[in-house]
Design a protein around this ligand. Structure first.
Ligand code: PGA
Length: 241
């Protein structure tokens, strides 16, 4: 595990974008595992800026996103499909046929999850997985549980996640209660994992996840065992470690 200290959010975003950009330059047809949430927005903005300057080319990459709300259509403004297009895909030259997000509008959870695992296998696994971290230690929507779920699966969101995500909806009642998420095995099989975290509200979970025991009650803690895991945090998020 490598920890990179960033001064602030912009510095964290630039450092993360640098690593993603290096990955794309070294392997132009790489598979990027991408993440939603407030934290990576600045990272995507930096990548778009470098793309506009001609410094990075996404034409050969494939992207597989971590998760999607169950029951939201792609064109719903809070779907992760929509988020990724608004923040990155519509602004760079990634090919639409190389973009994958779990199919939230397929209410048949078993079929949707199986299909997504097959896609990840077909594209050859993930070269670089970008992650945020939830205040309860979730990665993707892998919430605290009694065991690590391995493949793509359907989860019930915890109250803490619903509470954290309601800022994007009109009210907590509108936040979907379930999501499809990549499992822990898929994340752990990514050849490189890059986590971004900023803000005081992440300080305690960063300490628990990476300086405490490895346990499915803190799903991110498993990353302590990943051979190439980089955490980039701002001063606040790293203030307790
Ligand atoms: P955030 O979410 O980036 O909006 O804090 C992180 C997460 O829930 O994984």
């Amino acid at each position: 595990m490598r920890i990179i200290r960033a001064k602030d959010y912009d510095d964290m975003s630039r450092k993360a974008a640098n690593i993603i950009s290096a990955q794309v330059i070294m392997k132009p047809d790489c598979v990027l595992g991408l993440a939603t949430g407030g934290t990576p927005v600045g990272t995507y903005a930096q990548l778009v800026d470098w793309y506009n300057k001609g410094d990075i080319d996404f034409s050969q990459i494939t992207s597989v996103n971590l998760d999607e709300y169950r029951g939201l259509k792609r064109d719903h403004e809070q779907s992760y499909w929509y988020f990724m297009h608004e923040n990155l895909f519509n602004k760079v030259n990634v090919k639409p046929e190389n973009i994958y997000v779990p199919n939230g509008s397929n209410m048949d959870a078993d079929a949707a999850c199986k299909e997504y695992d097959e896609i990840i296998e077909k594209v050859g696994g993930i070269d670089l997985q970008l992650l945020g971290i939830g205040e309860d230690g979730h990665i993707g929507f892998n919430e605290p549980a009694d065991n690590f779920e391995l493949g793509t699966h359907c989860v019930d969101l915890t109250e803490s996640t619903i509470e954290a995500n309601k800022r994007f909806f009109n009210s907590a009642d509108e936040v979907p209660r379930q999501a499809y998420t990549m499992g822990i095995r898929t994340i752990m099989q990514a050849r490189k994992v890059l986590m971004v975290a900023n803000g005081k509200n992440k300080a305690q979970i960063i300490k628990d996840a990476f300086f405490g025991p490895v346990t499915p009650q803190v799903p991110a803690s498993i990353l302590q065992m990943h051979p190439d895991f980089i955490l980039i945090g701002d001063e606040e998020a790293l203030s307790l470690v």
